[in-house]
Design a protein around this ligand. Structure first.
Ligand code: IMP
Length: 423
């Protein structure tokens, strides 16, 4: 590893947290570069489970320094709650956390607006995480955003926050929603400011120097490629670019300096929120996979929708990101199925259609072409070598590798750090 990136190749929740945590063992820097606390990653350390939404999951390693780079939208309240957890675990944050002054803030009115829009959409809601992500990014694009940088000068911050909050309160009123209390919000924000100030540092020169010094950098992608703002079936998207281009815009890191692109794929599909999902399963099978896999949102607790592995979509994700290796997670969850399917293409009106040709209408109406595999009965969660995996399991993995034409780095068969099989 020199400077690698880990990204999810589906609809998020592919199990990237564990993979980043694993790969971060050698990293000098672990960097988040887009999204906000709509992401959620779980790291299991011994008998303890940690949920992070914002701070990169590699932070538990002695060497790794966590960077929150400019592309992230940052909710200060969430940041501080995660800092509290880490400090309780004895992590010396002063040495380990750096936040770019260019990050835009998620402010109380962003969350209220997110909720108000979702409620107003009614049956046509998008299923956002209601964390204020879209409204914060839209303020950034319309020059109405407020950055960490603005926190440096409290007087200035107070002025621009009050200006924005008054306008947002008018919008909230049109939704019939109670406006935010500007005075109370400022009291809270001042407290957060004091806590955050020591961690603010320009991350661009830091990352550039890291390249020169040949440091190991790991970029931690959030969400999944199918939620990319431009490449999703919009508007069923998240507010940021989840494809690797986001590394450059979200941290200033030159794309040519990226070494490996490690794509994480869950052995089946899951999705939270609304929007088309071509391989979606309903009924008892979906329920069984959801329960076995603990497929409930880390951030919102919502039950995730479940489907067969959609290789048509994943192949697109591999191509657009130039994925060099893949990691397959949660393979153990599929044990015990009589047979399993993977989607190898879509058909619409009697013709083949690719993922990239589909808007949400097409994607909602395609029929998936499936290849059916025999399942395996054995519990594979304690297996650590490819040779010992059931024959059917090996066939499933080798098919995925061949179809995507990308090498499998390893397969994860459990939540623990070491529950992996090298392929
Ligand atoms: P937002 O990002 O909260 O605006 O939500 C937009 C869509 O992205 C919704 O369907 C969310 O459920 C989905 N989403 C955002 N982040 C994640 C994630 O990390 N995992 C899975 N789904 C996500």
């Amino acid at each position: 590893m020199s400077s690698d990136i880990v990204i999810g190749l589906q609809w998020g929740d592919e199990g990237k947290g564990k993979i980043v945590d694993l790969l971060a063992q050698k990293a000098d820097y672990v960097v988040r570069y887009h999204g906000g606390n709509n992401a959620g990653h779980t790291v299991v350390l011994g008998d303890k489970k940690f949920f992070f939404r914002l701070i990169p999951s590699g932070i538990f390693h002695k060497k790794a320094c966590a960077i929150i780079a400019n592309g992230v939208v940052l909710d200060p309240e969430v940041l501080i709650s995660e800092m509290d957890i880490l400090e309780k675990e004895g992590v010396n944050l002063k040495r380990k956390l750096i936040i770019s002054p260019r990050c835009h803030l998620i402010l109380p009115y962003h969350k209220e607006l997110d909720i108000a829009y979702e409620n107003a959409r009614g049956r046509k809601k998008l299923g956002t995480t209601k964390r204020g992500i879209g409204p914060a990014y839209s303020d950034k694009v319309s020059y109405n955003g407020i950055r960490i940088y603005d926190l440096l000068d409290w007087q200035h911050f107070t002025e621009i926050f009050t200006f924005q909050a008054k306008i947002k309160n008018k919008i909230l009123k049109t939704f019939g929603v109670k406006p935010i209390n500007i005075k109370d919000a400022l009291v809270r924000l001042k407290r957060y400011r004091t806590r955050i100030l020591p961690y603010i540092q320009d991350t661009f020169p830091l990352l550039n120097k890291a390249i020169t010094d040949k440091k190991q950098i790991l970029f931690e992608g959030a969400h999944g490629i199918m939620l990319d703002l431009d490449w999703s079936p919009y508007p069923f998207a998240t507010g940021s670019n989840t494809i690797i281009g986001g590394v450059n815009t979200g941290s200033g890191f030159p794309l040519k300096s990226i070494g490996g692109v490690i794509g994480v794929i869950k052995a089946f599909t899951s999705r939270v929120g609304e929007g088309p999902l071509p391989t979606e399963l309903n009924g008892r099978l979906a329920d069984a996979i959801r329960e076995r896999g603990g497929e409930y949102g880390t951030t919102t607790g919502r039950p995730r929708r479940i489907g067969w592995l959609d290789l048509e979509a994943v192949k697109f994700a591999c191509t657009i990101n130039n994925v060099s290796e893949i990691v397959i997670t949660k393979l153990d969850i599929l044990s015990g199925l009589i047979d399993l399917k993977v989607c190898t293409g879509y058909r619409l009106n009697g013709k083949n259609i690719s993922y990239s040709q589909c808007g949400y209408n097409e994607l909602a109406n395609v029929s998936s072409v499936y290849k059916v595999f025999s399942g395996w009965k054995e519990d594979i969660s304690n297996i650590r070598s490819f040779a010992k995996l059931p024959k059917e399991c090996k066939v499933y993995l080798k098919f995925i590798e061949k179809f995507l034409d990308v090498k499998i780095k390893f397969v994860s068969v459990g939540a623990e750090r070491n529950a992996n099989v090298k392929v």
